[in-house]
Design a protein around this ligand. Structure first.
Ligand SMILES: Cc1ncc(COP(=O)(O)O)c(C=O)c1O
Length: 386
């Protein structure tokens, strides 16, 4: 068996099937899961050590923010070329809760939030539950299958009378786009012109792959990076695969944003183990991160070959960041939700394209955060389902 980097383990299917997380328990054991955004690698050693040493002394109380701001600022400086003032950094339970609290604090019920579909489905349903209207500014899709922000669509969306906020997914899920400094400035200019709140979700940022340079929004030169209504949300949970430990990071752009987050401390309590794990990730977890990024870079190339061999009708533009592949399956003739056919006939679970917006009809999202062997098996099962 071809091994992945020793830091990442072997992705043994027998061991993975012992996991009890959503990925491994949502479907019967004969189904190979490649849907939800969890990776199959072993945990980074420093994270395991941080959590087990806390458990060993009964250290399972409420979170203290501890070293998190310093650890995040260190990571941001070393890896993202971003100088973060630690007083602006807050622990939050997860990115979605941080976004939800800020949206509820700053936008009136009934107001609109601009999104760039196809996009991470919970944005739509969670903020919909809270009585916000989602306004689509779809990404433009080129003939080569690559996506781009569409300034005209953004302008039209922000021009709607109730548009209050723009939620930018950067890097973008599911397309894997890493936005350039010019993209970010274009979005900021548009938000500024329309007085819109700008919320930036950078959860996939640690996983920018070779050839792409991730630019943190708050590191660009723009007035909105100092605005009371600009916030960045990120975490170690995608980069180091610790979503279940429940800790994210919110960064306020201005003092009023700091106050807003401070006042909502009770709604934004992270998990204590999550804080400890995130500190370990941001400080001692870089060799593991490098190994993961290296493996994902190999996997995205491998996937091109696998698709060419087994499913030549599928369109795939390799992502610039993270472990998600957004697959155009329209030529396979499998209907609006090809993942339903892959599941039923191939026993492989992918993300449902239509959940990402109408732009996702005929598409499916594949998680590549695994070994080359399991990735190959995912594609073989998809091909068998046609
Ligand atoms: C873009 C994006 N934002 C947010 C989340 C959810 O993050 P959290 O578990 O921190 O709420 C995910 C999870 O996959 C994601 O891909």
């Amino acid at each position: 068996m071809r091994r992945v980097d020793p830091l990442l383990g072997t992705c043994s299917l027998t061991e993975l099937r012992q996991r009890r997380s959503h990925k491994w328990r949502n479907y019967p054991p004969d189904v190979l899961p490649a849907f939800v955004a969890e990776m199959d690698f072993d945990l980074a050693g420093p994270i395991t050590a941080a959590v087990t040493s806390a458990l060993a002394i009964g250290d399972c109380g409420y979170a203290h923010i501890g070293q998190l701001p310093d650890a995040f600022a260190q990571f941001a400086a070393q890896r993202l070329d971003w100088t973060v003032e630690t007083s602006r950094v807050f622990a939050i339970p997860d990115v979605m809760t941080g976004l939800a609290e800020v949206i509820q604090a700053l936008t009136p019920p009934g107001s609109g939030i601009v999104l760039n579909p196809p996009v991470y489905p919970p944005f739509r349903f969670r903020f919909g539950f809270y009585g916000r209207r989602l306004i689509d500014a779809p990404l433009a899709r080129g003939a080569d299958g690559r996506y781009a922000l569409d300034p005209d669509a953004i302008e039209a969306a922000l021009s709607q009378p109730d548009a209050a906020a723009y939620l930018l997914c950067s890097p973008h899920n599911p397309t894997g786009n890493v936005w350039s400094r010019a993209d970010l400035a274009m979005v900021a200019d548009a938000c500024q012109r329309h007085g819109a709140i700008l919320l930036v979700d950078e959860i996939h940022a640690p996983l920018a792959l070779a050839g792409s340079r991730f630019v943190p929004f708050l590191a660009i030169d723009h007035e909105l990076t100092r605005a009371e209504t600009t916030f960045t949300f990120t975490s170690a949970t995608k980069g180091w695969n610790i979503a279940g430990l429940k800790c994210g990071v919110a960064v306020a752009a201005a003092p009023a944003g700091i106050t807003l987050l401070e006042e909502r401390w009770e709604a934004l309590l992270a998990s204590h183990l999550g804080v400890l794990a995130s500190v370990a990730a941001f400080t001692e977890g870089l060799p593991w991160l490098d190994a993961a990024v290296g493996q994902l870079g190999q996997n995205r190339t491998l996937l091109s070959g696998l698709l060419a061999e087994h499913l030549p009708g599928v369109g795939y533009a390799p992502p610039q960041a993270s472990f998600l592949a957004w697959l155009d399956c329209r030529d396979l003739g499998l209907g609006d939700d090809p993942s339903a056919v892959f599941l039923e006939k191939g026993s492989v679970a992918l993300g449902h394209g239509p959940d990402f917006g109408t732009e996702g009809h005929g598409f499916a999202r594949l998680n590549m955060g695994t070994s080359p062997e399991l990735l190959a098996e995912v594609v073989r099962r998809m091909a068998a389902a046609r």
